[in-house]
Structure formats: structure tokens, C-alpha cells
Design a protein around this ligand. Structure first.
Ligand SMILES: Cc1ncc(COP(=O)(O)O)c(C=O)c1O
Length: 447
């Protein structure tokens, strides 16, 4: 058999190197997920394949709920749909006791269809169409207002309903986080938030009963939350004094990090990511020290990523290997940034289904798209992988199965492993019919 020519390269093979945190290049082998062999999953559902662990999801939620509820007496988690709105994932978290946090009429409709009551929905976001606002107000959802135009819209809705509507306002503020997210809500330091409250009071159609903020995502600084709590409590009492308003809830949004490896951060997640206890402590300690005696407004947390990210895995298969002109070994996988959008920000853990002999070398992993940006991992130390070798990426449970795009390829199946190790399909792989269902070909263009 004629062996194809490969340009020779000299490359320092870095085996067994370690930094002060341990082995940098150790091989990670994962033959199974929650006891289910990876090979069985692929045989049944194909590759690539998203796999969610119900056990891990429930455990993470319970851990977080316990961290907060043991420190503060009035806590409610509200599931951030945008982080992952697969019905099965939402249903598990609603079963655990989460309400729904939505930011569009689509997410609102999805939550309602799933059986979530209107009054168990928090409606956030910078654009809430009038029709969506009407429905949400009618059904008793908690609406956090983003800007003055929304105040006017909601006043119109209140007029139509013939009754006042209880609302919250979203705040943005300086908590030491950079960049500061100033585009959402009313700014606190400039007095804009106070003006919004004044406007609400004078309109007499909306009753301000809650304060909301969301500082950012994958935040590594618990003190930023402490600062936000401090400012929100001060503001709540300022409103009480100025307008006799009773703030019933403080909604701190989401933003806690998962154990993922953010690009550009040298330290491993075990060291770079503060434990979730630190966030609970910063928030609850500040609340308890700032609030007046016997005043316990509801603490709402819209945590998304920290709950679902580590419950999600992506199985992908090597389709080809190549040497780049600079000698770098590269592999073409069947999963790219079309389904793994968060690859732009994270260096995932990449595990092999089974060990492969041979020295590891830094590799680049490409997806199947005919696009130069389709890189799902860079500088991963891998042994020489044969075609068909399977890799498992994690954690990928947050923002991938919502931000994925139907671009060039069909989106793959998603399965859930229940706590007894049973595997259930929770989203079928797409096919041509799914995509064509919405297209219309004018008669005159038919071939
Ligand atoms: C208003 C709001 N709440 C909650 C979240 C969830 O954030 P995370 O997944 O970082 O916890 C987001 C994310 O953007 C958000 O915009």
C-alpha cells in the first residue's frame, strides 16, 4: 500500500510535563457518562451527541439552593431559560422548585406551554413587545422594566386592564466589575433609577415592588455581588423613605461561574473559579447586615450557567487528521462552533473515550464547517488519534443548545441520562423536513 507523503517536522514532544498545579498534559479518559458507555450512546443516537446528566443537574441545583437557603430565610431560584430551554432541562428544574426567568415572548410561551403559571414567571429583557407585556401582565408575571419606554407601554397595559400592575425595575450600577453592563436597566449612580421610580409613583398605574440586576456572566468576583446587594438595599430604603414603597424582592440575576476554563485564564478552574459558597456568603452576609430587623425581602437568583453547565457533555468523532504547514497536528471533528458556540470563550476539558498509544502533542481541533473560524479547541495535548476516535467535551450544558445555529449541518440529538442510568431522547436530531417546513418555493421557481 502506498503511504501518502507527510512533510516531516521536528517538534518537542511534551509528555508528562506539569506545572505547579499538577499534570498539564495528563490524558483524560472517559469511557462512560453516568455509567452509560459512550459507545452505546453513539450507537443508539449517533455522533455528535449532546448528553445531559439529570443526576448532576439536580445535585448542582440542590447544592446551590442549600448554600443560599441555609444563610437567608427567603430564597427563590428562577430558571434562566436562555441558558438552556430544552423542555426536559426546564422541567427538571421546575420540579426542583425553580420558577422561570424569560427574556422574550418565545421563552414566555415555552414556559407557559410547559405548565409554568404566569405568576411563576419573571419577565426580563430590553425588548418586550406590547402584546407580550399584555399577556404577562394579565397572567400575573413579574415584569422587570428595562427602560422608560417600557414604563409607558406598561402604563397603557394597566389602563387597559383597569388595574395597577406590580412591577420591578432593572438596575445597572458600578460594582467594580469591568466592563460594567450599563445597557440594561436604569443606572443607579446617575439618579436615573430614582427618576424611574419617581415616574412610576407619579403615574399611579404601576406599583414598584422589586429591584433587579444582572451584573454579567461567568463572574469570578463574589465581592461584586456584595456591592450590588449593598447598593440595592440602600436604594430600597431610599425608595421607602421617599415614596413609602415596600420592596418585596431583590433579584440578583445570574452570573456565577461554572467549573469551565475561560480562555486567557492561566489557572485551572479548580483554582481560578471561587467556590459557590463564596458567592452565597457574600450575598447573604451583606443582606443580613444591611437589612433592617425582621425585613427579609425575597432574594431571587436567576443562576443559569453554574447550574447546568457541568451537567452537559458533547460526544464528537474524529473524521480526519491533517498536518498543517507549520507542522501542527489537526483533526477534523463532526462537531463545530455551529453547535458548540461557547468554544469561542472556553477551553473545554477534552477527554478520550479510550486511551490511544503514542506520544501526545499539541493539536488543533476543527469542526466540520467550511469556515476558518470553526475551531473548537486549540493546543490540546492529544496522542495520535485514528479516524473514528471519540472525544468528549465538557462542560457544555450552558448556552450551547440555545445558541447553536442551523448552519450547513443538521443539529444533533440531545439525550438525558436519568438517575438510574436510563437514556432518554430529549431532542431529536434535525432532518431536511425540519428545515424545509418553513420554506416556501414560489410556483414559478419550481424546477
Ligand atoms: C437577566 C438575566 N438573568 C440571568 C441570566 C443567567 O446568567 P448566567 O447563566 O450567567 O447565570 C442572564 C444571562 O445573560 C440574564 O441576562
Amino acid at each position: 500500500m502506498k503511504v501518502p507523503y507527510e512533510k516531516p517536522v521536528i517538534r518537542k514532544v511534551q509528555i508528562g510535563l506539569s506545572n505547579k498545579f499538577g499534570s498539564l498534559y495528563g490524558r483524560h479518559i472517559r469511557p462512560e457518562i453516568d455509567g452509560v458507555p459512550v459507545s452505546d450512546l453513539v450507537t443508539r443516537f449517533g455522533s455528535p451527541l449532546f448528553v445531559f446528566s439529570e443526576r448532576r443537574l439536580r445535585e448542582k441545583y440542590r447544592q446551590l439552593y442549600q448554600l443560599f437557603s441555609t444563610r437567608y430565610p427567603n430564597v427563590q431560584f428562577s430558571w434562566s431559560y436562555k441558558t438552556n430551554y430544552l423542555d426536559a432541562i426546564c422541567a427538571i428544574l421546575h420540579q426542583e422548585g425553580e420558577t422561570a426567568e424569560v427574556v422574550s415572548e418565545f421563552e414566555y410561551e415555552k414556559a407557559r406551554r410547559l405548565g409554568v403559571k404566569g405568576e411563576e414567571i419573571i419577565f426580563n429583557g430590553p425588548y418586550k413587545p406590547l402584546s407580550a407585556l399584555k399577556r404577562a401582565a394579565e397572567e400575573g408575571a413579574l415584569i422587570n422594566i428595562d427602560h422608560f419606554d417600557e414604563i409607558y407601554d406598561l402604563e397603557e397595559v394597566a389602563e387597559e386592564l383597569g388595574r395597577p400592575i406590580k412591577v420591578g425595575i432593572r438596575l445597572n450600577m458600578d460594582t467594580g466589575i469591568s466592563p460594567q453592563w450599563t445597557r440594561f436597566g436604569f443606572n443607579l449612580e446617575s439618579g436615573q433609577a430614582f427618576d424611574a421610580a419617581k415616574r412610576l409613583v407619579s403615574g399611579e398605574k404601576l406599583i414598584l415592588c422589586g429591584l433587579h440586576c444582572h451584573l454579567g456572566t461567568f463572574l469570578l468576583e463574589p465581592r461584586a455581588y456584595a456591592k450590588a446587594v449593598e447598593k440595592m438595599v440602600d436604594f430600597a430604603y431610599q425608595l421607602q423613605e421617599a415614596f413609602d414603597l415596600q420592596i418585596e424582592y431583590l433579584d440578583l440575576g445570574g452570573g456565577f461561574p461554572s467549573r469551565n476554563r475561560l480562555k486567557g485564564i492561566y489557572l485551572p478552574p479548580e483554582i481560578a473559579v471561587p467556590p459557590l459558597e463564596d458567592f452565597a456568603e457574600a450575598i447573604c452576609d451583606t443582606l443580613l447586615s444591611k437589612l433592617r430587623p425582621n425585613d427579609f425581602p425575597k432574594l431571587i437568583l436567576e443562576t443559569g450557567r453554574a447550574i447546568v453547565d457541568e451537567a452537559g457533555f458533547l460526544i464528537t468523532t474524529v473524521q480526519a487528521s491533517k498536518r498543517l504547514p507549520d507542522g501542527t497536528r489537526s483533526y477534523v471533528l463532526d462537531a463545530g462552533v455551529n453547535i458548540l458556540f461557547t468554544a469561542f470563550w472556553y477551553n473545554f476539558r477534552v477527554e478520550l473515550e479510550e486511551d490511544v498509544p503514542g506520544p501526545a502533542e499539541p493539536c488543533i481541533l476543527y469542526g466540520p464547517l467550511c469556515m476558518n473560524i470553526d475551531v473548537v479547541a486549540d493546543q490540546v495535548q492529544l496522542p495520535p488519534l485514528p479516524r473514528g476516535a471519540r472525544l468528549i467535551f465538557s462542560p457544555v450544558g450552558a448556552y450551547n443548545v440555545t445558541q447553536w445555529m442551523q448552519f450547513i449541518r443538521y443539529r444533533p440529538a440531545v439525550v438525558l441520562i436519568d438517575p438510574n442510568g436510563q437514556v432518554e431522547l430529549i431532542r431529536e436530531a434535525e432532518n431536511l423536513e425540519d428545515i424545509l417546513a418553513r420554506e416556501r418555493l414560489p410556483e414559478r421557481l419550481k424546477l
